[in-house]
Design a protein around this ligand. Structure first.
Ligand SMILES: [Zn+2]
Length: 297
């Protein structure tokens, strides 16, 4: 009696081991069969794009999703490094904006790096704030769909359909840009940092004081002659619109904003990164609506 009990015990343990061995690899194989890719994006803006394009076929997450964290100064933790090295795709901006993503991807054999700057064939000299041109986002979505189609051909039709849906999703922005452009063409804008350059060009505005914006972007002080010239332009009302990146401050920026207010120049407030839990479309519309208000007044 005792012997059989022991034997049954041993046999059940044995069976359990066999069962778990048999089930374990099957379980992880099944995940691969589902085609669920893992995509880690540097910012929430690109996570939103990737998630729309990948649809059900990928798990998409953003490393930076809070406005309080600057992608340009971000220092990845070990946790972030692990997350990137486990991902199938790391999706970023490029042009030095999220350089830490390149570094993390380089140390992983598994992770494929896809940069919007490369998809759009931009050069190192181009302004890195690529997302501020809606057309860039539409093109990036299509290019990403093509990349995903190569990686996961079974779902090619879905990726292509989703890229078209992303373009459709951005229509309120592209339509507003076109409508404003017809009214803004030729007017002069000054931006406190070169964050909104693409959008200002899209709107047909002429940009003045680039030297100031670039200096602020590089976290250096603009030359006194540059500062003086902008102050004169503001006083002479040769500037129609002031674009302020509210995420950058500093003495010279504060001085110019104060002067713009004294001169009653319209100030459009923009941000470098999207406000928490705000979609790309809502973010861009909130900025464009301020410009629309200025035209109306
Ligand atoms: Zn920037």
């Amino acid at each position: 009696m005792k012997r059989t009990k022991i034997l049954v015990g041993i046999m059940s343990v044995f069976l359990l081991v066999i069962l778990s061995i048999a089930l374990w690899p099957k379980h992880s194989d099944q995940k691969k069969e589902d085609g669920q890719l893992t995509i880690v994006a540097s910012t929430n803006v690109y996570a939103e794009l990737a998630s729309t394009v990948a649809g059900d076929h990928a798990n998409v997450s953003a490393i930076i999703s809070k406005q309080s964290v600057s992608p340009e100064d971000f220092e990845p933790t070990n946790q972030v490094a692990k997350e990137v090295s486990k991902a199938d795709i790391a999706f970023g901006n490029g042009l030095g904006y999220d350089a830490w993503l390149n570094k993390l991807t380089r140390s992983s054999k598994k992770t494929q790096l896809i940069l919007v700057s490369q998809l759009l064939k931009k050069s190192d000299k181009d302004n890195p704030h690529l997302w501020n041109d809606p057309e860039n986002m539409v093109q990036a979505a299509q290019q990403l769909a093509d990349q995903l189609s190569k990686k996961d051909p079974d779902h090619k039709a879905d990726y292509q359909k989703n890229a078209a849906a992303y373009k459709e999703k951005l229509t309120p922005v592209t339509e507003k840009v076109a409508a404003l452009k017809s009214q803004l063409n030729g007017r002069v804008a000054f931006e406190t940092e070169s964050v909104y350059e693409y959008m200002l060009h899209d709107l047909g505005l002429t940009i003045t004081g680039d030297a100031f914006a670039e200096a602020v972007g590089e976290e250096s002080d603009p030359a006194p002659s540059v500062m003086k010239k902008i102050q004169e332009q503001m006083k002479n009302h040769e500037i129609d619109l002031v674009v302020q990146n509210t995420q950058t401050s500093g003495g010279d920026v504060a001085k110019l904003i104060k002067l713009a207010k004294q001169e009653n120049l319209p100030i459009v407030k923009v941000t470098e990164t999207s406000p928490d839990k705000t979609s790309y479309v809502d973010w861009k519309l909130s900025e464009l609506n301020q410009i629309e208000k200025y035209i109306a007044s």
